[in-house]
Ligand binder design. Structure first.
Ligand SMILES: Cc1ncc(C[n+]2csc(CCOP(=O)(O)OP(=O)(O)O)c2C)c(N)n1
Length: 579
């Protein structure tokens, strides 16, 4: 036996790099990988077979793998991991990476590349993934020797989660995965990410501006959720009695059931949030980017406001709107610094005006006894599940905007949607990732009939993994949002928006999921209840909705606030509304 005992002088055992790679992923805390195998990736898959600490979810399309990794990251705050083989597998990840880039989501993509001797020779399934993903990743690497593999993966996780978070990609030639190498050096203890603090004198100026404001407003975005600053936002809002509006990405950063919440702002935001923005004298923007879906016509937006802008990414500050009080730093850290310096401005008259705006422009929809209105379908589901603190994912279109309006988020990381890129097909795979990351939570995917068809094959993965996600397809027989634009801006010249849909319940059942259908308002509750009762796998509810319903408020792109249509013009004609 003594010969088996290693001394310092004995050579280290050489093991395939893929083994060390998988071990490193375990050390980095990876619990799930969303992926799809192929030739070049086989050495990694072989190692994963012997890695029980990591569950691999076999997605049926790599786009879904990337979105699932995003869903995992957005629900948990930890980086999501996806993998694909060389060539078409890796190119299929690109949409998801672009999505993660736009929404600052920490995703680590691991792709296999053809062996080094074939790189640049148009070898089978070769694609320049390093080049192709450069614009859609925060950083990417093509591993250049087998020894670099483990250190590069460590660095990839660090980069994905440091500062402004985002997707990264590590491309690994197959021969490196198979190479026998010495054990990599142990990782040095990783210092906690240094949180950027704001400059002290800039802080004092900003605090003074807040204390002296008459009509301040907190404009809160996804950066608050990624930095874990919701509690600090709440304390600032309460201390200084400031109304709070959130972006689509910021939903959940401040409880929307709180009386100080104005809900979402922007193109389909509440009319009162948009008017309040127009009238305010100080914007406190936290983790936001003054995106065009918020500002519409930047030159005329919030014309009376000075701007405090808190953001970890220096290049965001002043990018779209000049910041009078730039505070570069981690949102949570900066708010911590700011809170003791801020006094309570006199906002009494401002609150009276806000109440007036809320009364004048209520968020409402009409009542209809015969057809299910999508707004009702969403609001009813919220009422039925609110006590279970669900996590919601959405797809893209009208249903996404109605969800943003009627799904009142009460805590961070519970509203997961494709904000920046607006990627149809995001929601279902994202719900798979969210459920893997948060197995004890109720996860609901609010989907559209068009979007569902872009990644519906992901449902089979949920069946395999027995994930009890609820998929609600708001089936209006149309690419509703595009139909709405054709109606309003293209003289009702409808083209390529009507969908001849398959029976989604049958499709779900064919994949092994439970499925229910609701065609009329009185069938909705029972269909939801039956789906909510399913615990051993996914359940889909096919909800037939009014096809011609449009999403209001709507503030047309590129226009000033006078162009905002606060509610369905039919209401003015006296039709009954729900509230
Ligand atoms: C991948 C992709 N293709 C096209 C679009 C443009 N687009 C935005 S919303 C939409 C319609 C979505 O239809 P559906 O999923 O049925 O949702 P609805 O608007 O009817 O609620 C389209 C085509 C997009 N956002 N993403």
């Amino acid at each position: 036996m003594s010969s088996a005992i290693r001394t310092d002088a004995s050579p280290s055992p050489r093991v395939k790099a893929a083994r060390f790679f998988a071990d490193e992923l375990v050390r980095l805390g990876v619990t799930h990988i969303f992926g799809h195998p192929g030739g070049a990736a086989l050495p990694l898959y072989d190692a994963l077979l012997d890695t029980p600490e990591i569950a691999h979810l076999l997605m049926r399309h790599e786009q879904g793998a990337a979105h699932a990794a995003e869903g995992y990251a957005r629900a948990t705050g930890r980086p999501g991991v996806c993998t694909a083989t060389s060539g078409p597998g890796a190119t299929n990840l690109i949409t998801g990476l672009a999505d993660a880039m736009m929404d600052s989501t920490p995703v680590v993509a691991l792709t296999a590349q053809v062996p080094t001797h074939l790189i640049g020779r148009d070898g089978f399934q070769e694609a320049d993934i390093f080049g192709l993903t450069q614009p859609v990743t925060k950083h990417n690497w093509l591993v250049r020797n087998a020894e670099e593999l483990v250190p590069t993966v460590r660095e990839a996780f660090r980069v994905a989660t440091a500062g402004r978070q985002g997707p990264v990609l590590v491309d690994v030639p197959r021969d490196f995965l198979q190479a026998e190498i010495e054990p990599p050096e142990d990782a040095e203890a990783e210092p906690a990410h240094r949180k950027h603090r704001a400059d002290a004198s800039a802080l004092r100026h900003a605090a003074l501006a807040i204390s002296n404001a008459h009509r301040p407003i907190l404009y809160v975005g996804g950066g608050v959720i990624s930095s874990g600053a919701s509690e600090e936002v709440r304390r600032l809002a309460k201390k200084a009695r400031i109304p709070v509006t959130t972006t689509l990405m910021g939903k959940g950063a401040y409880p929307e059931t709180d009386p100080q919440s104005l809900g979402m702002l922007g193109m389909h935001g509440t009319a009162y949030a948009n008017h309040a923005m127009h009238e305010c004298d100080l914007i406190i923007g936290v983790g936001v980017r003054f995106d065009d879906r918020v500002t519409l016509k930047l030159a005329t937006w919030a014309p009376h406001a000075r701007v405090v802008h808190i953001d970890v990414d220096e290049s965001e500050i002043g990018k779209n709107r000049k910041a009078d009080y730039p505070l570069q730093g981690d949102a949570r850290t900066v708010l911590h610094q700011l809170l003791p310096l801020v006094g309570a401005p006199d906002t009494k008259a401002w609150w009276a005006r806000i109440e007036e705006l809320k009364a004048k422009f209520p968020l409402r929809y009409r009542q209809d006894a015969d057809v299910i209105l999508p707004q009702y379908a969403i609001e009813r589901l919220w009422q039925m599940t609110r006590s279970r603190r669900p996590i919601v994912t959405t797809d893209v279109g009208q249903h996404q905007m109605w969800a943003a309006q009627y799904w009142k988020c009460e805590e961070p990381r519970t509203f997961i949607t494709s904000g920046g890129l607006g990627t149809m097909g995001f929601g279902l795979p994202a719900s798979i990732g969210a459920q893997c990351g948060e197995p004890s939570r109720l996860v609901i995917n609010i989907n559209g009939d068009g979007s569902f068809q872009q990644t519906m094959q992901a449902l089979i993965t949920a069946v395999e993994a027995r994930l009890p996600i609820k998929v609600i397809v708001l089936n209006n027989g149309n690419l509703g949002m595009v139909r709405q634009w054709q109606e309003l801006f293209y003289e009702k010249r409808f083209f390529s928006v009507a969908l001849k849909n398959p029976d989604f319940a049958k499709i779900a059942e064919a994949m092994g999921a439970a499925a229910f259908t609701a065609r009329r308002p009185e069938e909705l509750d029972a269909a939801y209840e039956r789906a909510l009762a399913v615990t051993d796998g996914p359940a889909l509810v096919n909800v037939f909705c009014e096809p011609s319903e449009n999403c209001y408020p709507m503030w047309p792109a590129g226009q000033s606030i006078d162009a905002m249509i606060p509610e369905d013009p039919r209401y003015a004609a006296g039709e009954e509304v729900s509230r």
